[in-house]
Design a binder for this molecule. Structure first.
Ligand code: BEZ
Length: 212
């Protein structure tokens, strides 16, 4: 069945560079990102894993665990790790799933045969503590992902879970937000947005980021 935003992330058990991972148990009460790499010992993936490792403190701050997957085995991942660490000035500080049997790649529909029969595309699944998929981002193998964008999406999800706002174009943490259109009661608006808001149109109301 196709995975959508709102689907429960399929559970699995698979070996990794940090030992066996039972996915839902491993996530526990945190958020998680699961992201795929077409293959070990490839240049773009090497840069991405280095960047992700160097951003671990940012993911930790947001209570997000990182888990990479590549359709090679764990022994291959371990050999590749030395290259990542040496070339990217990084310490690999999160697991890479072995997926030579493509269990995870298949469960998460990471192989797009019209693009390539054997390699995965670059998928990112952002998963919340209820194991619900909250965002799916898909890039072709030839385009390295932007991990700042992944953090930005997580910031937006975590903010909008807690306040009746949405985040507008190019929003960055600290920028003005928009008030959800369904909220129209003047008393509730005053109570939820004590800093006030600017209505450019009745449906387009900007307010300072409520948790700042
Ligand atoms: C890479 O990670 O560099 C890569 C992988 C597959 C196709 C193209 C690039």
């Amino acid at each position: 069945m196709a995975l959508h935003i709102g689907s429960i992330a399929p559970d699995f058990e698979q070996d990794s560079t940090a030992g066996k991972i039972k996915f839902h148990e491993w996530i526990g009460q945190t958020w998680a990102i699961l992201f795929s790499h077409p293959k070990d010992f490839t240049p773009v993936c090497t840069t991405e894993l280095g960047r992700a490792a160097n951003l671990k403190a940012e993911f930790d701050k947001r209570n997000v665990k990182m888990l990479a997957v590549s359709v090679d085995d764990v022994e291959s991942h371990k050999r590749w790790t030395s290259d990542i660490e040496e070339t990217q000035n990084a310490q690999m500080n999160f697991p890479i799933l072995g997926d030579a049997d493509r269990k995870v790649a298949t469960l998460y529909d990471m192989i797009h045969p019209e693009a390539n029969d054997t390699l995965t595309v670059r998928s990112v699944f952002i998963i919340d503590p209820n194991k619900k998929i909250r965002a799916i981002i898909t890039y072709p193998a030839s385009t390295g992902r932007n991990f700042s964008e992944i953090l930005r999406v997580i910031d937006s999800l975590q903010l909008t879970d807690n306040y009746k706002v949405a985040t507008p174009v190019d929003w960055q943490d600290g920028d003005d937000c928009v008030i959800v259109p369904a909220l129209t009661d003047p008393e509730e608006l005053k109570q939820r947005f004590p800093k006030g808001y600017r209505a450019l149109r009745p449906y387009l109301r900007l307010t300072p980021q409520p948790n700042k």
